[in-house]
Design a protein around this ligand. Structure first.
Ligand SMILES: [Zn+2]
Length: 542
């Protein structure tokens, strides 16, 4: 029998308990068809000797934001600014390349880097030469606009939002900070992005993915709400795919704001016009769950907690909308064939997610239901979630990027219940790998290292009992993510019948810290999408 590709002299870390290591693999079309002895007698069109390279299933980020990340690659980057003067300088440098009056857009701002200080609207005007400035907070849950931007947007400070606010000082003057749903003031003005802008952002993001061994990514919210970039965002995704800009397989979550009631004879569905829902698409581009924001973020002190924030005990954060309304809509979406991905960070938001999951328990979802983040999950809540067969998609790299800040906001006790990983495995729950990029950096080998150490910037270990072993971290980023995104049996494992998605590494990520390893090349469906190794020369575009 003829096969397209035979890879020999490799160390495949298969993630298949029945055969943890293999040395030879045969690929036909986009699938693995045989390993080791079963490859004997096959006639390969091409053979690649891997010189002992370690090959793992391609990494799968179960929660990232590809369009948002891609656009941030093209904006002023504030993530390395350590002071407000430094931030103003960065804005000024970026503004100089712009026409007068053109907007200056920046991302990556985190007040933890500037001693808790937010930029001043008038100082931003000075830095930008009067051009309106829009700074996106790294959490995604707030933004800062300059005085010129506030004039352009006609912001007075008297605007009222459910699930968000225009922050004002004691005199009632707007500070430029827009929280949560109040970000609509600037979004409505700046968006939608054109199809072309979205395709370019995706191309930029996917170039990074390919170089990092990422072969699957879930974009956690498109097409609506504060997270979407255009009501036609899925169409732009299709255009990007047609142009070959999507190196990694992509699953998209649809923002819940987009779902409407659709009458179909006797029944009324809560979904998208045409009736398509979770699971639609193919292994390159598919519809994932509906993304429902129940609350905000710890960093913005907007996640809904049963106990107050340590730095301001009267503040419990808030829900993004009336909890009863969110519950009803989520249940109706689940009954209409949607898997649910519920952003829940504070423990009161987790309670709401549990109430919803309990109510939809009897309906088999097309993909697993999931909770995003889980900033505070009490031991009792974890037990209930395990009972419900749910999973929490948490981001261990938050510990590195924001752990010290989180600790200050929620206090030591709650850090033990925060962004859980190992306790999910102990409770028999599935565990995915994810970054929430660009909220935090997203290179898989870096995120895996954070999952193993959970060390904050200052060196403190955040929730030590939640640390993973290297084996568990690798499994989460491959087989775990495949399971949680509904692709178990198709990806995440190197075994016959699975998609031929590989990350080729210079050495094992299980010896020492994964971030000491280097991605040499990346294959998606047997095709080389990144190659620094020269192993695959002549194989590109096979
Ligand atoms: Zn996210």
């Amino acid at each position: 029998m003829k096969v397209d590709l035979l890879i020999t002299d490799a160390e495949f870390l298969t993630q298949d308990p029945a055969r943890p290591v293999a040395h030879t693999a045969a690929v036909l079309g986009d699938r693995i068809i045989a390993l080791d002895a079963d490859c004997q007698g096959l006639r390969p069109r091409r053979t690649v000797r891997a010189d002992g390279a370690v090959i793992v299933p391609g990494f799968n980020d179960a929660h990232a934001h590809s369009v948002w990340f891609g656009t941030s690659l093209l904006e002023a980057d504030l993530s390395t600014c350590q002071s407000l003067p430094g931030l103003y300088e960065q804005v000024a440098a970026h503004a100089r390349a712009k026409a007068p009056g053109e907007w200056v857009v920046a991302s990556g701002f985190n007040q933890m880097d500037t001693g808790g200080e937010y930029p001043d609207p008038s100082e931003l005007d000075r830095a930008s030469g009067g051009r309106p400035v829009w700074i996106k907070h790294t959490s995604g849950h707030a933004c800062i606009v300059s005085a010129a931007a506030m004039r352009a947007l006609a912001i007075t400070g008297s605007e009222r939002f459910e699930g968000g606010r225009v922050v004002v000082d004691e005199q009632g003057t707007p500070t430029g900070v827009l929280e949560e749903t109040a970000m609509a003031l600037v979004h409505d003005y700046m968006l939608p992005l054109s199809d072309r802008d979205i395709v370019e952002a995706l191309a930029a993001a996917h170039r990074v993915y390919a170089a990092e061994g990422l072969t699957s990514v879930t974009d956690a919210g498109i097409a609506g709400g504060w997270i979407g970039h255009s009501p036609a965002e899925l169409g732009a995704y299709q255009a990007a795919r047609q142009e070959g800009a999507l190196a990694a397989r992509t699953q998209v979550m649809i923002a819940s704001d987009v779902l409407t009631d659709i009458a179909a004879g006797e029944e009324t569905f809560h979904g998208l016009p045409t009736g398509m829902r979770s699971g639609f698409g193919d292994d390159r581009l598919s519809l994932g769950p509906v993304k429902i924001f129940l609350d905000g973020s710890i960093l913005g002190n907007t996640a809904r907690m049963s106990a107050g924030y340590t730095n301001c005990p009267t503040n419990h954060g808030y829900f993004q909308a009336d909890p009863e309304l969110m519950r009803t809509r989520a249940v109706r979406a689940a009954k209409s064939g949607w898997a649910l991905a519920m952003h829940a960070v504070g423990d009161e938001a987790i309670d709401l997610a549990i109430a919803i999951l309990t109510e939809v328990r009897g309906i088999a979802p097309p993909l697993p239901h999931r909770i995003e983040h889980g900033g505070v999950v009490t031991p009792e809540q974890l037990e209930t979630l395990a009972d419900l067969g749910a999973t929490i998609v948490s981001q261990p790299h938050f510990m590195r990027a924001y752990g010290d800040g989180f600790r200050g906001y929620i206090g030591d006790e709650r850090t033990h219940w925060s962004f859980r990983s190992a306790s999910q495995l102990r409770a028999g729950m599935a565990l995915a790998g994810s970054s929430d990029r660009p909220v935090a950096p997203g290179a898989p080998l870096e995120v895996m290292t954070s999952a193993i150490h959970r060390q904050t910037n200052s060196g403190w270990v955040y929730g030590p009992e939640e640390r993973l072993t290297p084996t568990e971290a690798l499994r989460a980023y491959t087989a775990g993510s495949a399971h949680v995104t509904g692709w178990a049996g198709q990806k995440g494992v190197i075994a016959p019948g699975y998609l031929a998605d590989f990350a080729v590494l210079d050495a094992s990520p299980l010896d020492g810290d994964p971030n000491q390893r280097r991605v040499l090349s990346t294959l998606v469906g047997g095709e080389v999408v990144f190659d620094e190794s020269r192993l695959w020369e002549g194989t590109v575009g096979r």
